[in-house]
Ligand binder design. Sequence first.
Ligand code: BTN
Length: 332
Amino acid sequence: MTRRRIKRETIIDLLKESHGYLSGTEMASLLGVTRAAVWKAIGLLKKDGYVIEALPAKGYLLVKSPDLCIADIKRIVSPETKKIGNDLFFYDSIPSTNMVAMELASKGCPDGTVVISDAQTAGKGRLGRSWISPPGKNLYLSIILRPALSPRDATALTLLAAVACTSAIRSATSLAASIKWPNDLIVGQRKLGGILTEIKADIDHIIYAIVGIGINVNLNAEDMPEEIKAIATSIFVETGGHFSRSDLAGAILLEFDKWYGHLLRKGKKVVADEWLTLSSTIGKRVRAAAVNQTFEGVAEGIDDDGLLILKLNDGTYHKMSAGDVSIVRTKS
Ligand code: BTN
């Protein structure tokens, strides 16, 4: 019998396919390995949070899978992806997936590499804010990209991420999620998730980009810190149901892979057009706060670089590159 490492996802597949107990001998023969190797792999899966019952006369039974684990994400992504998620790094807790992704990118990891963590101790938000990242509840992931684009086009990557996340959330949960400019994922007026894109670039080309995605999945309203309680929500708060973070991560990565392909082959307009169909900002009267100034007007659209085009109350136009937008309710 050859001594070789068994892929965890292969064991999980076998256990999921077997309707009932599967003996160690049967598994060993199906995989072409020893029973001791099967036993060792089962031990590692238990450490990852799988609940596997073992009965001497019967074998192994998969009782419960953890709601976030690399084997499940790989099973969803691997058969279909062209690039995104071909290489996946999973951690229990790190300061920030964007930071770890930066380190991996600087060491030369391939286009489409993904970093996922169950928790972050120093999660980063837009505009220097922090991103609340408790364990066991939410999704924190970063995608490393090496597109042949100029730094000016980096905003297309953020628009693309917002499109991928919104589409994935809509199909996985049936929530009417939408995008609030520039890249907030919202349900109603509350924030469900956000995107932070960071790039390393020369004057004319992106060396690498890190697209960080944070989504509140199974967070209870009571567990939200006071400072975000009034403005944040989660899939659990909106639907009352718990969702598998692996399924959601897999769906996001597949959508991202599809739209990344569109961006590289057809250009940024296709992404911007889809962003417009999923956005709840355009056409609305908004208050837009930039660093030192606040503007009020109608959000008329985005330009080729993703800047928000505002028609101000005096009829003039203003373009915004960064800031926070809130919808102004009009009295009827
Ligand atoms: C925002 O402020 O709306 C952007 C939030 C982005 C948070 C995500 S969580 C995964 C990735 N790692 C980070 O440190 N930040 C991003």
